[in-house]
Ligand binder design. Structure first.
Ligand code: HEM
Ligand code: HEM
Length: 209
């Protein structure tokens, strides 16, 4: 059993890696840092979810409770918010690095596409999370965003799915919450696995082997 486990761990690593690729100055480890922040977001988000109540009447008071009564609650809340901003920043910088090094070109075009989907998921995660505190800023920002979505092609359909009642009313808050804590993180994990698998298949990041 121990041997099987050891072999499994060994198979997670590539058979060969160019010495060049191990230089931190090449990729600046931006993708790796973005993933680390995603893990931090998942952990802090799960802890917040132990106290947060996704109900129109209780969401804002549960945030106040987290801020004022829960041990380390203020820290946790700020950590989640700051990490979400940094996460987006790192993804943008990672995209810029990929662009500048031409790593979007064949044979890596598929990973460019997966990366683009990851970027969309990250933006949507930030957007859905923004409503959850249910303060005035959250409500009006989300309301503005949803009105903008409405004028896009198929926007009305998307609007009806996300906001069946009105922004901040029970059903819309629940949908934003489920998307934020279940659907989007799970899809992100799956796509990250595919992203990393592709990188491994292509024998690591640039320069090509
Ligand atoms: C498994 C993953 C995640 C879980 C379980 C989770 C959970 C939560 C919960 C329960 C809240 C409401 C409490 C609060 O407002 O602090 C929240 C808020 C928020 N989340 Fe997440 N989250 C996750 C991932 C993410 C990701 C990937 C992002 C970033 C792009 C993100 C961005 C936000 C933002 C911006 C807020 C609003 C913070 C505020 O202004 O109060 N979350 N999240
Ligand atoms: C959650 C978001 C993302 C994570 C966690 C992530 C993670 C990573 C990691 C760890 C690498 C290995 C090399 C490196 O660190 O630069 C990588 C490579 C790559 N990423 Fe991402 N990435 C994300 C988003 C994106 C986005 C938005 C794009 C582009 C639209 C993208 C395109 C690529 C490409 C093309 C490579 C291969 C680069 C090469 O071989 O030099 N990724 N990604």
């Amino acid at each position: 059993m121990v041997t099987v486990f050891k072999d499994f761990i060994r198979h997670l690593f590539p058979r060969m890696v160019l010495k060049e690729n191990l230089k931190i100055s090449y990729t600046f480890c931006l993708g790796g840092m973005a993933f680390t922040l995603f893990v931090l977001l998942a952990v802090s988000g799960l802890l917040l979810a132990m106290y947060y109540q996704p109900h129109a009447d209780h969401a804002y008071t549960s945030i106040l409770y987290i801020e004022e009564q829960v041990f380390g609650g203020h820290f946790l809340h700020s950590l989640h918010r700051t990490a979400s901003n940094l996460y987006l920043l790192l993804i943008f910088l990672h995209t810029l690095r990929v662009l500048l090094t031409g790593a979007y070109r064949p044979p890596r075009q598929m990973n460019w596409l997966i990366g683009f989907l990851l970027l969309c998921l990250a933006l949507f995660s930030g957007y859905t999370g923004y409503l959850l505190p249910m303060d005035q800023l959250a409500l009006w920002a989300t309301q503005t965003g949803m009105e903008l979505v409405r004028i896009l092609p198929l926007g009305e359909l998307f609007y009806q799915f996300l906001v069946p009642d009105a922004v901040g009313e029970p059903l819309s808050l629940l949908r934003f919450y489920i998307l934020h804590v279940v659907v989007l993180p799970m899809t992100t994990v799956l796509l990250c696995a595919l992203h990393f698998y592709k990188i491994r298949k292509q024998k690591g990041a640039l320069p090509y082997l």
